[in-house]
Design a binder for this molecule. Structure first.
Ligand SMILES: Cc1ncc(COP(=O)(O)O)c(C=O)c1O
Length: 379
């Protein structure tokens, strides 16, 4: 067999092994997927589009109406991007990949805030780039600006940020985002801003875009999507917006690969962006779960967790249990029938476990009860 691309020997599959569907009696705190159905008006809009026969090839960057709707949506976060500079991609993940394809060349270093969602590391490596994992501060998981500055070299090309954050639940402050923009301006870096959890903020400041600060708009690609805030994970819909020149490169990435997202999904994605009541109801539910779940997790024997500010994850330190995170996750699954993600699957995540509260309140209560009973018995 001829040689494969050697990059694959260094690329993992992130959380995949710990996301495998377990036996039915296991409570899963692993999946980053809202336990809600996609709102009915969105489903109806896709069906109507299919019935109208909207099943043919269409505009590669996404329909004009949807690109415009995304531009309007972004303006709610004070992000000013023209609809012509928006591309609709098959999922936020693909949107992230396009954004990296547009700016990263082999050998370029890319700053990640560690522990970082593992797909960033894989995508950077796929493109021949070098991920540089810079630890966040503890215990609040906010950016360590000094450490980021010290990590910049002549090869640094970009920084990837994600706030609200997976896996930490941190929401970066306007001051921190401003400092990241200043750093990017000083070192002439691209900022890839993954705003997928931007509508899921539970206290304090809201999501802040790097484009709000001097020098930010010209060097930021804003990436997001419908999966988390609209309960549309399986629809595979995401967006990218940014400076026109960079977006021309992104349009080429899409035209050379996916062509476009499914034609009949676009009117549905447009409807999703108009919904308020349905989105607020999901948000209220997550906000309630967060308080209950954090109280429960933080009071487990040997476990400590800062209050998450956004998204639907808690990143807990389990070192007080005497187990490392892999042992904790493996034994929790076998002995307590609760599935969690061990943090050491991400660089900088040793002794941490990620627990998602995107599951039902009943499952959260039952899972916590099982973990408490198990830990009380063994430590
Ligand atoms: C930080 C982050 N970005 C992007 C994604 C992927 O979103 P999508 O399902 O739209 O590809 C996820 C999903 O877990 C995520 O946590």
């Amino acid at each position: 067999m001829p040689n494969l691309n050697s990059a694959f020997s260094q690329i993992g599959r992130g959380f995949a092994t710990f996301l495998a569907p377990p036996a039915p009696d296991v409570i899963r705190f692993t999946v980053g997927q809202p336990n809600f159905d996609t709102p009915t008006p969105v489903v109806d809009a896709a069906i109507d589009s299919l019935k109208r026969g909207e099943t043919t090839y269409t505009r590669s960057q996404g329909s004009e109406a949807l690109c415009e709707a995304v531009s309007q949506h972004l303006s709610k976060f004070e992000i000013n991007i023209d609809g012509n500079d928006v591309v609709i991609a098959p999922g936020c993940k693909q949107a992230l990949l396009y954004s990296m394809m547009a700016v990263i060349e082999p050998g370029d270093e890319v700053l990640l805030l560690a522990p970082a969602w593992p797909s960033y590391d894989g995508m950077v490596k796929l493109l021949g780039g070098v991920p540089i994992h810079v630890p966040v501060r503890r215990p609040d998981y906010h950016p360590d600006i000094e450490a980021l500055r010290n990590a910049v070299t002549s090869k640094t090309k970009a920084i990837i940020i994600n706030s609200p954050n997976n896996p930490t639940g941190a929401v970066y402050t306007p001051k921190e985002i401003k400092q990241i923009v200043e750093l990017a301006v000083d070192s002439d870096l691209w900022i890839l801003d993954d705003m997928i959890y931007s509508t899921l903020v539970w206290e304090g400041h809201s999501y802040t875009s790097p484009t709000s600060f001097d020098g930010g708009a010209e060097r930021t690609l804003t990436i997001g999507g419908w999966s988390k805030g609209w309960a549309m994970t399986g629809w595979r819909l995401g967006w990218i917006g940014g400076p026109s020149e960079a977006m021309e490169a992104v349009k080429t990435c899409q035209a050379s690969s996916a062509t476009h997202v499914a034609t009949f999904l676009m009117p549905a994605a447009e409807v999703a962006l108009t919904l308020e009541k349905e989105i607020a109801a999901m948000g209220d539910s997550f906000a309630k779960r967060r308080l209950m779940f954090h109280k429960g997790v933080d009071s487990l024997p040997g476990v400590e967790a800062p209050m998450p500010e956004g998204a639907f994850y808690i990143l807990a330190d389990v070192s007080g249990t005497g187990m490392n995170d892999i042992e904790f996750a493996t034994r929790a699954l076998e002995e307590a029938k609760v599935q969690v993600i061990p943090g050491s699957l991400m660089l900088g995540g040793d002794n941490l476990v990620r627990l998602s509260y995107a599951t039902s309140l009943e499952d959260l209560e039952e899972g916590l009860h099982r973990l408490r009973t198990w830990l009380n018995k063994i430590i």
